[in-house]
Design a protein around this ligand. Structure first.
Ligand code: GLN
Length: 487
């Protein structure tokens, strides 16, 4: 088997069994990058020389028996909002165009400790605000299945890189769907775990109460393997949770007999494209054949999720992004007569349109006189949404839904109408509002050959159930494959 046809876990096994070395695996990835990157632009930063050094060092440790984990020697790509010591971390923004962190995000550090070889930083929507990877200050990313279409966002570079074979596994972040939706658009597996399960230390904040790191992978087994390494308690993140149920790989084989799956009626109505509805319902049928019960139910408050999310996410973003002022980090505008002008010019020149829109919206909903009317009301809606899910999970183990209402749109068609773009997040944002885990698994293609994703959402800390169901479906479906040639 060619290295590029292997999953991350298969490659890790081949490296352990001396069939291939870590430097050779790296060269195989570089060959794919050389073939495709010019058209796709998955990466903002590629550190080839550093990666070669790291792969050689890892191989020495493997040879010495010091590294024995399942992913040792496997190349890794990381979204550019995760800090990496000594490696440019831009958040796809001009304002961090020269920012080289002095420390590494905990999730990345843990993967490197397990022997993964960091090769570079992937493209994204600026500060993770967007759904298409088109708000990046460094230019858009193409969808590997058809480069005239977007890869989704905001973790579009990570999803596209995995789908194109430009890496074996990548990390993204999911504030309102940014791992699950690009996974769906690119035909890879993407998971957002329960809020607090993966340390946010070193993840540049967007909406802190919603943000969660998640992996983008070739299959469900890879997803379980990477979660096993990065789900852990971390005292450096005050919202980090202690868990002792992280043997995710072992859970895969348990099957889904007797599992109760609910499909929200309100998710399957107008607004959902037929080319998405059909494969998602067909996937539900497969789960039924595997022994689960599947039925529709009424999940309340669906129409309030988008406004509540955008109010809360913008409010938190406006506060989080205050720190980018030309003093502490990154870009500073020149030719300023005083401190205030320097702030104003730096932020005006450093931030893009969409980020400015969120900062203004967020500052507005937090301002006195409007706080109660908008922000506080959104928080109340958030609580009600959480309760609606709690009620649903009293009857169901898993909620099955699409990941997005459509397949990947054409490039250049989404940003003119931000509200429409925001509405496209309808199926993913509730999981963030309620802190729930969700996984997107490829389940078909539309008429143009673009992938469709099925999403499974579970109760807090029910990752094992999600992985079991996703694995049962994936085993029945068969391989989805990486994209050989970019169209
Ligand atoms: N599209 C959503 C937004 O723009 C979600 C982004 C994300 O999850 N980072 O806020």
């Amino acid at each position: 088997m060619r290295p590029m046809d292997m999953t991350a876990v298969e490659l890790g096994t081949a490296i352990r069994e001396r069939e291939i070395t870590a430097p050779e695996a790296l060269q195989a990835v570089f060959a794919e990058i050389d073939r495709k990157e010019e058209r796709l632009h998955c990466y903002i930063t590629l550190d080839r020389e550093g990666a070669v050094r790291r792969a050689e060092a890892v191989q020495k440790k493997i040879d010495a028996g010091e590294l024995t984990g399942p992913l040792a020697g496997v190349p890794l790509a990381v979204k550019d909002n995760l800090c990496t010591a000594g490696m440019l971390t831009t958040c796809a923004s001009r304002i961090l165009g020269n920012f080289v962190p002095s420390y590494t995000a905990e999730a990345v550090r843990r993967l490197e400790e397990g022997g993964m070889v960091l090769i570079g930083k992937t493209n994204m929507d600026e500060f993770a605000m967007g759904s298409t990877t088109e708000t990046s200050a460094y230019g858009p990313t193409g969808n590997p299945w058809n480069a005239a279409h977007v890869p989704g966002g905001s973790s579009g570079g990570s999803a596209a890189a995995v789908a194109a074979g430009e890496c074996f596994l990548a990390l993204g972040s999911d504030t309102g769907g940014s791992v699950r939706q690009p996974a769906s658009f690119c035909g890879v597996v993407g998971m957002k775990p329960t809020y607090g399960s993966i340390s946010r230390y070193g993840l540049i904040a967007y909406g802190s109460s919603l943000d969660q790191i998640g992996p983008l992978c070739r299959d469900v087994r890879d997803c379980a393997a990477v979660l096993e390494q990065i789900v852990c308690h971390d005292t450096k993140d005050a919202t980090s949770v202690k868990r002792n149920d992280t043997d995710f790989t072992a859970a895969l084989a348990e099957g889904i007999a007797g599992m109760r799956i609910g499909i929200p009626r309100d998710y399957m109505t107008e607004g959902l494209c037929e080319e998405v509805r059909e494969p998602v319902l067909a996937a539900a049928e497969v789960l039924r054949e595997k022994g689960a019960s599947v039925e529709p139910f009424d999940l309340g408050l669906v129409e309030y999720a988008v406004p509540a999310y955008y109010t809360i996410a913008a409010a938190e973003a406006s506060s989080n992004l205050e720190r980018f002022d030309g003093v502490k980090y990154g870009y500073r505008a020149g030719d300023c007569t005083g401190l205030h002008e320097m702030y104003r010019k730096t932020r005006s020149e450093g931030f893009g349109e969409e980020v400015k829109r969120r900062i203004m919206l967020g500052s507005f909903v937090l301002s006195s006189g409007y706080y109660d009317a908008y922000y506080l009301k959104a928080l109340r809606v958030r609580t009600l949404i959480r309760e609606a899910f709690d009620e649903a999970f009293a009857s169901y183990d898993i909620i099955l839904a699409p990941a997005a209402p459509t397949t990947a749109p054409m490039r250049g068609k989404s940003l003119q109408d931000p509200i429409r773009m925001y509405l496209g997040d309808i199926y993913t944002i509730s999981a963030n509002l309620a802190g729930l885990p969700g996984i997107s698994v490829p389940c078909g293609r539309d008429g143009k050959g673009l992938p469709v994703g099925m999403q499974l959402i579970g109760d807090r800390f029910s990752e094992k159930k999600l992985l079991r169901a996703a694995y049962a479906y994936e085993s029945a479906r068969g391989a989805f494959g990486i994209c050989e040639e970019v169209r």
